[in-house]
Write a protein that binds this ligand. Structure first.
Ligand code: ZN
Length: 592
């Protein structure tokens, strides 16, 4: 037995599935998927096969032509779920498992019509990262066991299904339902399996890109993301030709727990990016960059998550720089620095979660999730680039993509490759301090620009009475205002809040980065005029990035703690399970 991923029952001594064929029946009334998966091995195999499942009801397993085969479910583990062990006779080329998902499957969020933009039809979306594919499909749920897939998804007539795959036709079933077919020919890690079903429309943005959304939001989504082709071209300049054929995007309802999820051929995005001024498209740059760093070259397990996210944050800022210049990139790094410091503070009693090469045996990867693999990782990549120079690092990146395309690798494999291609570079930047030591190395790169330094000085002068001028207030971009707000003292007075709101008109902002930064300051100050907006945002938006600081700031005062508990009681049925867990952990950290 050899289990290379602490978050999977996958045993590398056993046969490995190469392709999945899925038949999924989406039942909104029962909030479940009636599923059948065929695991194809591409050759004749036999013996024991261990699959990951969590909350799945297994109805039967068989080998086509040979009939039912023995199966058994192991004990439930709170992180891993239950091992499904099937025993395959000689000559097995594929195994079929019939199953049903649980109504509370972590990968699936079922929305009532009221929770959607149109309020007339239900909606379903999946989120399989970190390790939730096993709540949707029995599979070898580790990035090491990459699979291609085909799927047939049957949904109520009038709704549309999309997946992290290419469309392959659709037809009415004749009984009030409709079947959509998909093909993903390239091998992907199972956390990139993705499905959404709802009232969906699309708009073309370029010959290879299209955005999907509910009819009520599709026009504003198409406007917001109109520049995506330019980004694809910039990303190709960094990493080589786009490897996935199409780059489509889906804008989800507001309960989507992340900013974006890089599902190949169908990036999932939060509607909080629809700022109305194209000021938050850096998240699209990020998800697009994952087409290479994460989807093409993938972390072997969540212990090496920084290989996905560190490279992708670095690439996102590189794309930002080529599109909008050095100042814009410096502001991006400054925003990241704030997120990094917040995460280091959050894990100050768990320093083992602040290293890049994590040891997560027995730890739920969702609990280890923070900005650290993103921002500390990006700083290691930037340090390597600064050491060897931009040109040489650019060539290295292309070679890295070529060497490991469509594979899933460990930090050790990455280091061996760097040592071979850029001898001495890891030691020169003290990579060990990033990979294996807590906190940030003192030598980590710092990012400055005159503009950023000016904003920092102005914000630091707040307590001494310094304020931005009318001209500055009028001239700042959303990114400048965001950095300024982030650098203000965390504990403002109510008079400070009134000044900020009056001068920056913060309450009505459509840019949720600015809005939530402002509401976080206002919550910490117990600034009463902001509370209707705080309630509105927390009742509507499920993005974890916003819930954590807002609920955290409400923990400052006895009165606001009571308000937070009351808001959560009302809002939590509409939150995704992942978001609910995050808020619960914040509320539990409140003083008694
Ligand atoms: Zn990412």
């Amino acid at each position: 037995m050899h289990r290379p991923d602490p978050h999977s029952y996958y045993d590398s001594v056993q046969p490995r599935a190469r392709r999945l064929r899925l038949k999924l029946g989406v039942d909104f009334a029962a909030k479940r998927i009636d599923g059948e998966v065929a695991l194809e091995f591409g050759e004749a195999v036999s013996g024991v096969l261990d699959l990951d499942t969590k909350g799945l009801e297994i109805l039967g397993a068989q080998v086509p032509g040979q009939g039912p085969i023995p199966w058994e479910l192991g004990e439930a583990d709170s992180v891993l779920g239950r091992r499904l062990r099937v025993t395959m006779p000689d000559g097995t080329r594929e195994v079929t498992v019939r199953y049903r998902t649980a109504p509370d499957a972590m990968a699936l969020q079922w929305l009532d019509p009221q929770q959607t933009e149109g309020k007339v039809a239900p909606y379903l979306f999946s989120q399989c990262q970190q390790i939730h594919a096993r709540t949707m499909v029995p599979c070898q749920d580790t990035p090491i066991a990459r699979v291609s897939y085909q799927a047939e998804v049957t949904v109520p007539e009038g709704l549309t299904a999309v997946m992290s795959a290419g469309p392959d036709g659709d037809e009415a079933t004749g009984d009030g339902r409709h079947t959509f077919r998909f093909t993903m020919p390239q091998p992907i890690p199972t956390y990139l399996l993705a499905l959404a079903v709802g009232r969906l429309e699309s708009r073309d943005l370029s010959p290879r890109s299209r955005v999907w959304a509910e009819p009520e939001t599709v026009a504003s989504a198409a406007w917001e993301f109109a520049g995506v082709e330019e980004m694809i071209v910039k990303a190709e300049g960094l990493f080589g030709p786009y490897p996935w054929d199409r780059y489509d995007m889906l804008v989800l309802p507001p309960s989507f727990p992340y900013g974006g999820m890089e599902n190949p051929r169908m990036t999932f995005l939060t509607p909080t990016l629809l700022a109305g001024d194209r000021s938050l498209v850096d998240v699209v740059a990020h998800e697009l960059a994952h087409s290479w760093t994460g989807n093409l070259v993938t972390n072997a397990s969540m212990e090496h998550f920084w290989l996905n996210e560190g490279f992708t944050v670095w690439a996102e800022r590189k794309i930002l720089r080529t599109l909008h210049g050095d100042d814009a990139a410096a502001l991006g790094w400054a925003t990241g620095q704030k997120a990094l410091e917040d995460s280091l503070e959050r894990f100050k009693k768990e320093p083992h979660l602040t290293v890049l090469r994590m040891h997560l045996e027995g730890i739920d990867p969702d609990d280890a999730f923070s900005s650290i693999p993103y921002e500390k990782g990006a700083r290691l990549v930037a340090a390597l680039e600064a050491h060897v120079g931009e040109d040489r690092f650019g060539r290295f990146l292309r070679d890295y993509m070529d060497a490991f395309r469509f594979t899933s690798i460990t930090t050790e494999q990455f280091c061996a490759f760097v040592e071979e291609q850029l001898p001495g570079a890891l030691a020169a930047v003290n990579a060990k301090a990033y990979l294996d030591e807590p906190g940030m190395p003192a030598t980590a790169p710092q990012f400055h620009s005159a503009q950023l330094d000016g904003l920092t000085a102005l914000a630091e002068g707040w307590a001494g009475g310094q304020r931005p001028t009318e001209a500055q207030i009028a001239a700042w971009t959303p990114a400048e205002l965001l950095v300024y707000l982030q650098k203000l003292p965390r504990q403002l007075t109510q008079a400070d809040c009134a000044w900020l709101d009056a001068h920056f008109k913060l309450m009505g902002r459509g840019n949720h980065e600015i809005l939530v930064e402002w509401l976080t300051l206002a919550a910490a100050a117990d600034y009463e005029p902001a509370f209707p907006r705080i309630r509105e945002v927390l009742g509507r938006v499920g993005r974890m990035k916003y819930l954590r600081p807002l609920y955290g700031a409400l923990g400052q005062h006895a009165r606001t703690r009571a308000v937070a508990r009351e808001i959560f009681a009302a809002a939590s049925p509409g939150y995704h399970g992942l978001s609910r867990r995050v808020v619960q952990s914040v509320l539990e950290s409140y003083p008694a």
